[in-house]
Design a protein. Structure first.
Length: 783
């Protein structure tokens, strides 16, 4: 937040507070005493008071912060993703007064920012204030002149009146002198009247001139804006033509097979995903390497940037504002290592993979998605589900026309009609991550933890398959909205999701099967940059295998939606994903790189490459493929070469994930998979907050977009009213020093993760029992 905005917030009466508190640093240093300052809607801390003016050690903006009390003296504040402070106060009273002040600051910060946004919109069309004041001054002066004239006219008018009366009645003076007085006064009256007319004309002229000037300026500005819009559109069109031309050029010159089977990988895990893009340097190196080193037998090069262990920096990747983590970042060593991975044609037979008897036959699975249904899953009969949703109606509307006034904004702040939606809520969309849950079933059977991790990697990649041609925007869930998806009968898992926070919007999800449990927290930031929207997902995803006790966590990569202005919308996935083992699989990790789409690269597009490493940082498995089609994995059989430039010889690659073909005609219904079609199918007995009951979404699915748009506005307004109510209650309570209970989700509870200072929403394990009993007491009324 800028200083100016900060000051504006301070003026709006934000609470201020400072004092010593204990802040958790890490397991070596434990709690450390820090000087905390709450000011201008931001909580900052320093080593001591003398640092205040120069060295801030970390900050959290209260707008969108989550505040939680842990025990009588401890509380945690986080911004929902990148920053978490674990804080201990001296006494319970002290803790409460901090929590109260922070809650109050949060409410005010949200309100201040919202009203700023409104003001911004209002003032956007207004002229510079200096000009206005000079115009106003000028007009006031002229008005003042008119008033003076009026006073004089009244005065002279009265005098003339008196003189006229005297003309008739006053016999004392001669008629001649009386007439003279009348004449004199009449002249004065005429003069002042003339002056009045002149002043009036002056006023009119200058008002007219100003009005003319303003309308000319307005016209000019409008023209300018239109021109800029045209230029942007033109540029977008040219770029898309160039891109198409580039593709053609590539097709005219067929790429030699040796080159196409070779790939470069840049695993520069610098923390932020933006630096994973292939630079021209990378490409130069790539072609050099080809000439000098490649035997041309399915060999590929990995470029690894070796650095400190990833678990240490897991949570400071995007902090930016904390100088403590900046210090740490500087210590990252980036030693580059070029490794050759070669796959001999002869199968190695070195794997430890065990096939499970009740695993589904892959080939059959591909032919018919229905054959995924396995009778051994549960003793319940398999439910008959619908195979498709109604076709998407064709009501054309230009996306650019809606979005062009919102460049730079967060996607969630752009009011969009349902015309650009798909008939699913984000909660349902997240459940599609489990479309290829059979990979997890296989992973659960792996005896070797590194091999298991390679399968988990294939699973995380499979979640992106649906994004290839799905460009509809899922509905933003309302606070308290839930979604249950019970696929025990056919896929062997059931899942519950809930929108657990509104500021920032966070969804929590829990999915259980007999062999694994998955959970995730999902939130995102997004920026609309004109030609494209970039989406940065926040929150962790986890899988736990109860049999082995192995657990893995990862973060999602960046999604970009391109061609907002012109052409077909298309989605790209890019960035680095680290899958980190914990508990029984502590120390193992997998690094996956989603390589950004490039029209000027000769490589396979949408490719994903990675390696699995064991506790000793030895590369054990290699992963390759694309996120829209398939992932192959191979074990490393032999490591040779020098430590700085090792060569890994791999065994045969096996397919760990292959995408199922899209159902016929799915292009008519939002490019949904069969699973996607079934997500919003009406079902008896689900919670009253379940997305399936959301009226706007249902209307949209049925093609009644006008009614759906109306309902959407109504629901959003209803949610806003409830939120305002809560905010004013919180404020009231805070001003009286009373604690005000934070919003509590229905089916999840925020808890500290074991072995970390992170907080996650943990499933309370009460949903399915409540469903059994049809006891929905406590569910909010959100529709
Ligand atoms: C209409 C335009 C302007 C915007 C449309 C944006 C849509 C296509 C974007 C917005 C948020 C995106 C989602 C963000 C996060 C995830 C989780 C991941 O595990 C699978 C992909 C998935 C589910 C993305 C799919 C594409 C997505 C739904």
């Amino acid at each position: 937040m800028t200083d100016a905005a900060g000051n504006a917030l301070a003026e709006k009466g934000l609470p201020e507070m400072k004092g010593w508190l204990l802040k958790w640093t890490n397991y070596i240093k434990g709690y450390q005493r820090r000087w905390f300052v709450l000011s201008k809607g931001v909580l900052s801390y320093y080593r001591n008071q003398s640092e205040i003016n120069h060295t801030c050690r970390g900050t959290i903006s209260l707008h969108g912060a989550l505040i939680h009390t842990v025990d009588s003296c401890t509380f945690v504040i986080s911004n929902g993703g990148t920053q978490t402070f674990h804080i201990k106060a001296g006494t319970e009273v002290e803790r409460q007064s901090w929590v109260t002040a922070l809650e109050l600051a949060k409410v005010k910060a949200i309100r201040a920012i919202e009203s700023e946004e409104e003001e911004e919109e209002e003032t956007a069309q207004v002229v510079p204030s200096q000009e206005i004041s000079s115009v106003v001054r000028d007009l006031t002066e002229r008005l003042e002149n008119m008033r003076t004239c009026y006073d004089l006219i009244t005065k002279h008018g009265a005098a003339l009146q008196r003189a006229l009366n005297d003309l008739e009645s006053n016999e004392e003076e001669s008629l001649a002198s009386r007439t003279k007085i009348v004449n004199e006064r009449a002249t004065l009256f005429r003069i002042t009247s003339n002056a009045m007319i002149n002043a009036g004309n002056d006023y009119l002229h200058s008002a007219e001139a100003q009005g003319h000037k303003w309308s000319k300026m307005l016209h000019h500005e409008r023209e300018q804006r239109q021109k800029l819009e045209e230029i942007i559109e033109q540029m977008a069109k040219q770029q898309s033509q160039m891109e198409q031309a580039a593709v053609l050029v590539r097709q005219n010159k067929p790429v030699p097979p040796m080159v196409s089977s070779s790939t470069t990988m840049s695993l520069n895990a610098g923390g932020s995903s933006s630096n994973t893009a292939l630079t021209s340097d990378d490409e130069v190196e790539f072609f050099d390497a080809l000439e000098h080193a490649l035997p041309g037998d399915g060999t590929f090069i990995l470029k690894l940037n070796k650095r400190r262990s990833s678990s240490e920096d897991q949570f400071d990747g995007q902090t930016g504002s904390s100088s403590e983590s900046d210090e740490q970042k500087r210590t990252i060593k980036t030693i580059q290592q070029v490794c050759l991975v070669s796959a001999p044609r002869v199968a190695s037979g070195g794997g430890t993979y065990v096939d499970d008897e009740d695993d589904v036959d892959r080939a059959a699975q591909l032919e018919n998605s229905e054959s995924r249904v396995s009778s051994t899953r549960s003793n319940r009969p398999v439910k008959v589900r619908r195979q498709r949703v109604p076709d998407k109606p064709n009501y054309p509307l230009s996306l650019w026309s809606i979005m062009k006034n919102c460049i730079g904004k967060d996607l969630s702040k752009i009011p969009m009609p349902v015309n650009f939606n798909e008939p699913l809520s984000m909660l349902q969309r997240l459940v599609e991550d489990y479309e290829y849950s059979d990979i997890l079933d296989q992973a659960a059977n792996c005896k070797d933890a590194c091999e298991q991790l390679a399968h988990v990697a294939a699973f995380t990649v499979s979640a992106y398959a649906t994004t290839t041609n799905r460009t509809g925007k899922p509905f933003n869930p309302l606070l308290g909205e839930t979604y249950e998806c019970d696929r025990m009968d056919d896929f062997g898992w059931r899942c519950l999701a809930e929108q657990v926070s509104h500021h920032p919007p966070v969804a929590a999800l829990h999915c259980e099967s007999t062999k694994w449990v998955c959970w995730q927290e999902f939130s995102m930031t997004s920026k609309f940059r004109g030609k494209y929207v970039q989406i940065n997902p926040l929150g962790g995803a986890y899988v736990h295998f109860p049999n082995s006790g192995n657990r893995y966590s990862w973060h999602k990569v960046t999604t970009t939606v391109n061609n907002i202005i012109v052409g077909r919308l298309w989605v790209d996935q890019h960035g680095e994903m680290e899958i980190i083992g914990s508990h029984a699989s502590q120390g193992n990790k997998c690094i996956l790189n989603f390589i950004p789409y490039s029209y000027f690269s000769r490589e396979v597009q949408r490719s994903v490459k990675g390696v699995v490493m064991n506790q000793r940082n030895e590369v054990k498995w290699v992963i390759r493929g694309t996120w829209d089609a398939q992932i192959e994995i191979a074990p490393v059989l032999k490591t040779s070469g020098t430590p700085d430039s090792p060569t890994y010889t791999t065994g045969e690659y096996k397919v760990a994930w292959e995408r199922r073909p899209a159902p016929a005609d799915s292009d008519k219904y939002y490019n949904f998979t069969t699973l996607a079609c079934q997500l919003n199918e009406e079902e008896e007995g689900v919670a009253p907050t379940d997305c399936r009951r959301r009226p706007d979404q249902r209307l949209m699915e049925q093609g009644n977009w006008d009614e759906s748009n109306n309902e959407k506005l109504r629901l959003e307004e209803k949610q806003r009213t409830v939120r305002r109510q809560r905010e004013s209650e919180a404020e009231h309570a805070a001003s009286e020093g009373r604690p005000y209970p934070a919003y509590e989700p229905m089916w999840f509870k925020r808890e500290k993760e074991e072995d970390s200072e992170n907080f996650v929403h943990v499933y309370k394990n009460t949903y399915w029992e409540a469903k059994e009993a049809q006891d929905w007491s406590g569910c909010p009324d959100i529709y």
